[in-house]
Design a protein around this ligand. Sequence first.
Ligand SMILES: [Zn+2]
Length: 245
Amino acid sequence: MSTLPNYATGQHFETTFTHGLPALLYHKIDRFKFGVRRRGLYVSPLSFRTQMHRLRRAGFCTTIVSTREQLEGSRKIIITFDDGFASVLKNGAPALNECGFQAINFLVSGQLGGTSTWDNADGERLEPLMDTAQVRDWLAAGHDIGAHTVTHAHLTQLPLATAREEITASKKMLEDLFSRAVTDFAYPYGEMNPVVRALVAEAGFERAWSVEPKVITRNTDPFALPRFPVVVSLRQPLNLLRSFR
Ligand SMILES: [Zn+2]
């Protein structure tokens, strides 16, 4: 993993990202709080803003759809968020707007306006998720939404019928609520296998996103699109200090 670019400081991304279309994965744009276990999933508002402006200065513009045409052009990037955290709208959207960037947030359709209750299992601090009005604000700002199951399910561990329902119902719920086509899906926990992949394709999605630090190329499976997770590492003391401020 030594070659994994350090996005918190923007190091190396320019060379890595010239070989294909990169997609970034964020979760929460917020400072650490008491009781947080997986600190890496919190990117501070200041760090996020710095990263967006650094990409902008380097000449990147955002795209949401990884079509063949998008792969041709250089300096494109896809910015994604998983889970639909309210902190992204509050603390991340302004920086995206400043840079003229558009992003996609993958929503847990059965938890809108609730909290990240799936994190209860390991005692993680629960954080608020966007409610329908906030999702509408997100969409009105020019951003997109995708599906991330109804309950943030471990799809590979479920009976087939239950997994199918998690996938298809999340698409339908979001389409009914927001009156727009939902074409993209993100696998919760990045967990997928050929059966789950087939269910997602069968449900009518056009693309599905996983987690892997690779760029998208012409040969990439559209139902296994890689994303670079942007995490705050303990090896980035500067970033930690910023987050505690
Ligand atoms: Zn998730």
